[in-house]
Design a protein around this ligand. Structure first.
Ligand SMILES: NC(=O)c1ccc[n+]([C@@H]2O[C@H](COP(=O)([O-])OP(=O)(O)OC[C@H]3O[C@@H](n4cnc5c(N)ncnc54)[C@H](O)[C@@H]3O)[C@@H](O)[C@H]2O)c1
Length: 465
């Protein structure tokens, strides 16, 4: 047997390789080693898979993605180019052709033009919450899944809300502001402990439920309203309507997504239903609250304070003004006492950044090494349980157009072998099939790959072993 096999592959037949612990081993060597492992294995150990040919995987990480992520990728044997800056579309078009994966934050735009120049690109990692900066549909049609980290900052937001509940209740943000202005203003009127008060959480998802647990530890009674029925944590209680929550709560905090139904969900009518002297907190999305109506409710004294972290329009960069040109009500809101305004920092902590780094690098590695698309935002989510060390087999990862007859064609090609497990799913125009196939000889591996590459709906086929 030759020491390594390498067949030229078209973009649609990309098969790339990295072998962290054994970067130069061929598929033959890996299969032979597996035989000896199988003979000695007493327990079922999951096997680390690698793409079957030997091209080194190159990753481009932009926008100062965490060094933890860089270390994780290098430990996998990937070649990593790291930059603290983003790249323009022209720079990306020039450079992206030699990379198999790219990691970005929110500033780098992955447009259709960039994707068309990305002849080797297998996967995109957004090391942030949102994915608007990527042309998701074009990426999916090119067989490129996109991963992000939507929930890694939930705890950070929940903790900020706890601090805001106390700051509003004790007016200490206002007192601290006065001290900075040189004014001593000691008072207890209108300042309250939070113990025994009622917190109303609107949206009991990742953040709302975390907050529920923290709030009870402070002695708050927790109510929540959500469009779906959710098992309450601790002693929290789900209420049947937003109206009930607004009537009963001393603090109302919003944790819903931005949807047509949640636009201005807190407007003059809802603010009027809140208790006199209650507080409103919005760390969700800017358009969920009708801010001119909130300004009226605060000025009239109906509400005792508010904390706002998100706005309908937000400046694009630090240092930019937050003024009436951006949002016509900005100076009115800024002038009201006991209103805490923060620049969308709910999720901005070192811990959240680290968790984003860990989660997105793990998703990229799982896709490159195992084919798993669980968590991809633009792709069917497919995974298979691990191939164990004693099993002889290869894993097929086949991205194809979502049209009738594809599985019949592929299964005909696989029919001489034992397909041990297989799973396929589709999303929009794209479908993804994973299959573990037993007892394929090294020479058959490439024959299989070629045959599947030639099927009419093929977008991208990789084989892992
Ligand atoms: N300030 C920040 O820096 C920051 C950071 C992270 C997230 N967020 C925002 O916080 C919000 C919540 O995030 P999450 O991770 O908890 O989301 P999530 O998807 O886990 O939870 C949202 C919850 O809202 C519920 N919901 C949807 N529509 C509703 C409606 N009309 N009425 C009541 N409930 C409704 C859903 O059923 C779900 O339980 C999002 O808008 C997100 O963008 C802000």
């Amino acid at each position: 047997m030759s020491a390594s096999i390498s067949i030229p592959v078209a973009k649609s037949a990309l098969a790339v390789s990295v072998s962290p612990s054994t970067p130069t081993t061929s598929i033959h060597e890996r299969m032979a080693r597996r035989d000896s492992v199988a003979a000695s294995a007493a327990v079922r150990v999951p096997k680390t898979l690698h793409p079957v040919d030997n091209e080194d995987l190159r990753l481009l990480l932009l926008e100062n993605i965490s060094q933890e992520a860089v270390k994780t990728f290098r430990a996998q044997g990937f070649h990593v180019d790291h930059s603290t800056k983003s790249m323009s579309e022209d720079e990306l078009v020039e450079k992206i052709g030699s990379y198999h994966a790219i990691g970005i934050r929110s500033k780098t735009k992955i447009t259709e033009r960039v994707i068309k120049s990305a002849s080797k690109l297998l996967v995109i990692g957004c090391f942030c919450i949102g994915t608007n900066q990527v042309d998701l549909a074009t990426a999916a049609r090119a067989g490129i899944p996109v991963f992000n980290s939507p929930f890694s900052n939930s705890r950070s937001v929940a903790e900020l809300v706890i601090s805001e509940i106390i700051a509003l209740s004790r007016q200490y943000f206002q007192r601290a502001f006065e001290m900075r202005e040189g004014l001593w203003n000691k008072q207890s009127k209108g300042c309250w402990e939070v113990r025994g008060k009622t917190l109303g959480i609107v949206g009991y998802g990742h953040i709302g439920s975390q907050l529920s647990v923290l709030a009870e530890a402070f002695g708050l009674h927790v109510l929540f309203y959500d469009v779906i029925n959710i098992m309450p944590l601790g002693s929290a209680r789900q209420v049947e309507s937003l109206d009930v929550l607004l009537h009963e709560s001393d603090f109302v905090t919003l944790h819903v997504p931005e949807l047509p139904e949640t636009m201005n969900m807190i407007s003059a009518e809802q603010l009027a239903q809140m208790k006199k002297g209650a507080y409103l907190i919005n760390n969700a999305r800017g358009k969920v609250v009708d801010i001119p109506a909130l300004v009226d409710a605060l000025k009239s004294g109906h509400l005792a304070g508010a904390a706002i972290d998100v706005y309908p329009a937000e400046p694009g960069a630090n240092g930019a003004p937050f003024d009436d040109q951006l949002n016509s009500w900005a100076s009115a809101l800024r002038s009201i006492p006991n209103v805490i305004l923060t620049p969308h920092i709910g999720g901005s902590t070192e811990e959240a950044q680290r968790m984003i780094g860990e989660e997105v690098s793990s998703s990229l590695t799982h896709y490159l090494n195992y084919g798993s698309t669980v968590g991809a935002v633009n792709f069917p989510e497919v995974d298979l349980r691990a191939i164990t060390a004693e099993q002889q087999g290869i894993r097929l990862c086949h991205v194809h157009n979502n049209i009738p007859g594809v599985l019949r064609q592929v299964n005909e090609i696989l029919s001489p072998y034992n397909v041990e497990k297989q799973f396929s799913d589709s999303k929009g125009d794209v479908a993804y099939l994973m299959a573990d196939i037993a007892d394929v000889s090294p020479s058959d591996v490439y024959k299989l790959q070629e045959l599947i590459n030639k099927t009419s709906a093929n977008i991208l086929t990789r084989l892992l072993a």
